[in-house]
Write a protein that binds this ligand. Structure first.
Ligand code: NAD
Ligand code: MLT
Length: 324
């Protein structure tokens, strides 16, 4: 036991940072004095380049750009822990990690506020055509007729997924005096009452809402949750927001629903395939979009990197983690 502790303290632990992370956020790792940490920052690598460099690493630290495939996991013979500076672990092959006894930790709370604020910004921008009007003005056209928006006050916001971000979005929407109807398999009547929202099924949310925002993880049950059949039961002129994961809303069905004028507009931060620079949805004037910026604030990036850094340190000191 004593020998093991000495080994832990002296043997270098290699932490490989494969995506750009907040420098302030990795402060705990850089200034850790008890563990002998060897920190390598090497970002923007292809799968092949990463595979070639990670045979001896102990920890792989990523954001969302790097997809941690089975091939990567198998090439990293010493890998003990994968840290994800953010919420979604859908860029990590969890089955392969589990098979190899590798712990995966994420930072579930650090970017909640930023993602909720981004969602509200998208709802407002969508309602008032802010990106479209700005583009027109930048092109020298003072057009006040094409961009008559809608108020948020008294509109119904449908929130699907009432976890950390969904709840924060609901709070903020109520501040805009919107009415909120929400679905989450774990949302009880009591909790809905406490939050001041109406609890409904997915279909009830789709039928009642003027704006629908999704905040679930991408799982087999949530893939294509908003599809052709669900667009059909929505109000004409509904507006759709996705700041969660590409694929929760069926992109082809959304495209058709916009062409059919069923959907008046969509605000998208995420896509099935990213980067999505050449996407048919981006050709539609009703669509506004950001390149997966929900968590891209100084505060969120620092916070998620600090959380995951502290978890790495905790793991090598105690053998336990906070967010497995
Ligand atoms: P969370 O785990 O706190 O909440 C997710 C909620 O979805 C849970 O309450 C869960 O019960 C619910 N859920 C699961 N299956 C469901 C289903 N079939 N129908 C309805 N609800 C279901 O996660 P979170 O932190 O709130 O994150 C929500 C999503 O936002 C995730 O996909 C996450 O990856 C994404 N996200 C995106 C950004 C961004 O940059 N755009 C930033 C942070 C998080
Ligand atoms: C997340 O899941 O945390 C978000 O997608 C933000 C990100 O890390 O890019």
């Amino acid at each position: 036991m004593t020998t093991k502790t000495v080994e832990r303290a002296t043997k270098a632990i290699t932490v490989f940072i494969a995506d750009p992370l907040s420098e302030d956020g990795i402060y705990p790792l850089i200034h850790e004095s008890e563990l002998n940490l060897n920190i390598i920052v090497d970002t923007g690598l292809s799968q092949e380049q990463l595979i070639a460099k990670i045979a001896d690493i102990d920890v792989l630290l990523v954001r969302s750009q790097t997809t941690v495939t089975r091939e990567i996991i198998e090439a990293a013979k010493n890998l003990k822990l994968i840290g994800r500076a953010g919420v979604g672990v859908d860029n990590i092959d969890l089955t392969a990690a589990t098979e190899h006894g590798i712990i995966v930790v994420n930072a579930p709370d650090g970017n909640t506020n930023s993602a909720a604020e981004h969602t509200i910004a998208m709802i407002t921008a969508l309602a008032r055509y802010i990106p479209q009007a700005f583009n027109t003005l930048k092109n020298g056209v003072w057009d006040r007729k094409s961009y008559v928006g809608v108020e948020l006050k008294n509109k119904v916001l449908g929130v699907i997924g009432m976890g950390r971000i969904g709840v924060e979005v609901a709070y903020r929407a109520k501040g805009q005096r919107m009415k909120v109807i929400a679905y989450d398999p774990f949302l009880t009547e009591e909790r809905a009452k406490e939050l001041g929202v109406t609890k409904g099924t997915v279909d009830e949310v789709c039928i009642a809402a003027d704006f629908i925002t999704v905040h679930t993880p991408l799982l087999p049950e949530t893939r294509n949750l908003i599809n052709k059949e669900r667009f059909a039961i929505m109000k004409d002129g509904v507006r759709i927001i996705n700041c969660a994961r590409g694929g929760i809303i069926n992109e082809d069905d959304l495209y058709d629903a916009i062409l059919e004028k069923k959907v008046a507009g969509a605000a998208l931060d995420v896509f099935i395939t990213e980067p999505a620079t050449d996407h048919k949805l981006l050709t539609l004037s009703e669509v506004i979009a950001t390149p997966h910026l929900g968590a891209s604030t100084v505060e969120a990036q620092e916070s998620v990197a600090v959380d995951v850094s502290n978890d790495i340190i905790k793991f090598f000191k105690t053998g336990t983690v906070t967010n497995p």
